[in-house]
Design a protein around this ligand. Structure first.
Ligand SMILES: [Fe+2]
Length: 402
């Protein structure tokens, strides 16, 4: 028995941002809370165009620009206050994963009439449908524009920071506007990190114990697109800011491939879950501030190497999709792990956590957090605690040969 649920309407293509305002109007919105990060996105041409188009449709909008990386639950609550104070009736998340996840949290919080913290890491489920929620990604990575998940940082009374993933059917945005032109001004390092996040989603969902033939299809196509285009997207990402109307920038096909891959991988992870790459990347990010995509990129080859005995055949499938050699030679599981490591090396991903500047002082805290990862059971190998400790040791100072 399989279940598959991907209810988000997706609009995809260069320039499709302009569809946003008319579609929101059709949803009956009169005032949208526009959730962004604090810096560059909010001053981008895309953002300005969106504002103008909302104005042209007669939709009031209120800009909530307080979202930093991995938003704390208190930021979500502040956004919910702004939403209520201004009489908003729709929410738009515009930016990377953090603003979109924050928008999801605000939507759920205002619908429930309770602080988001009540639902994060507590097991309490949302019970009420959310206001119209639109997601507009400006990076090609998280896929959160189509997922049932959102990640928030919880800070406890001792100042301990942990990232908590939450899932709910109410988190699926009603509309995802995936416009690859919005990704044109990403610097290569961001393209690399977010692209490897998408690859991690596709690979972890593919080897997940909860994968299905339907989720597999999304994973393999995402992996194929990433194998084909991530290097080019990084090499040719423009160094200057590009006008939103400029459709002749470098590597447009690579950008489109990566935008599509991130969305496909988001659909897949909502069905099949993730695994211990994310199990370690979450505490690494929460405690050290290392960007989520970069943490995944570093950890991915180590976890896949450890999964060879349990997920060998599926790793071979991944290798075939990633290297896309028309089936001439089916890669071995070991070949696949090397291909993943090689891709990371080619786009500037450090070999291990130490090389990325993560201090050993975090070792025990990272391990403790990873041991309680809520999706640990999706891993195709039931890692023992001792195996996860040994794995983290390798992640710190080891190297997977490319
Ligand atoms: Fe991720």
């Amino acid at each position: 028995m399989y279940e598959f649920c991907a209810p988000t309407k997706i609009i995809f293509g260069d320039g499709c941002l302009s569809e946003t305002a008319p579609r929101i109007k059709k949803m009956g919105a009169t005032c949208a809370l526009l959730v962004t990060g604090r810096s560059s996105t909010a001053s981008s041409a895309g953002f300005k165009n969106l504002g103008k188009e909302l104005d042209a449709e007669g939709i009031r909008w209120v800009h909530f620009a307080e979202v930093g990386a991995d938003p704390e639950t208190t930021i979500v609550d502040r956004g919910a206050e702004v939403y209520r104070a201004n009489g908003c009736d729709a929410i738009i998340g515009f930016g990377g994963g953090s603003p979109i996840d924050c928008a999801k949290g605000i939507a759920a919080s205002v619908a429930e009439g309770r602080p988001i913290r009540d639902f994060v890491g507590t097991g309490l489920a949302f019970s009420v449908p959310v206001p119209p929620l639109v997601a507009i990604p400006t990076t090609a990575g998280t896929g959160t524009e189509v997922t049932n998940a959102a990640v928030f940082t919880v800070v406890d009374e001792n100042g301990h920071r942990s990232k908590k993933g939450t899932s709910s059917q109410f988190y699926f945005p009603r509309l995802a506007v995936v416009d690859p032109l919005l990704h044109a001004s990403m610097p290569p390092s961001l393209t690399a990190a977010t692209g490897m996040d998408a690859l991690t989603h596709a690979i972890e969902a593919y080897v997940s114990r909860f994968h299905t033939p339907l989720s597999d299809m999304y994973c393999l196509e995402a992996i194929r697109l990433i194998g084909r285009s991530l290097r080019a997207a990084c090499e040719k990402a423009p160094q200057r800011s590009i006008s939103i109307s400029d459709s002749t920038t470098a590597a447009p096909f690579a950008r489109r491939d990566m935008a599509m891959a991130a969305t496909l991988a988001g659909v897949a992870l909502s069905q099949a879950g993730l695994g211990m790459v994310h199990g370690f990347a979450h505490p690494v990010g929460a405690m050290t501030g290392l960007a989520h995509g970069l943490a995944n990129a570093i950890l991915l080859p180590f976890v896949m190497n450890a999964l060879i005995p349990d997920a060998g055949e599926r790793l071979c499938d991944i290798g075939a999709a990633l290297t896309d050699d028309n089936g001439e030679k089916r890669p071995s599981a070991e070949d696949t792990v090397r291909a993943i490591a090689r891709l990371g090396r080619d786009i500037g991903i450090p070999d291990n956590l130490e090389a990325a500047g993560v201090s050993m002082t975090y070792f025990e805290s990272i391990l403790t957090d990873a041991l309680s990862y809520r999706r640990r059971k999706a891993s195709p190998r039931a890692f023992t605690d001792a195996e996860l400790r040994a794995l983290l040791e390798r992640m710190y100072g080891g190297k997977v040969e490319a």
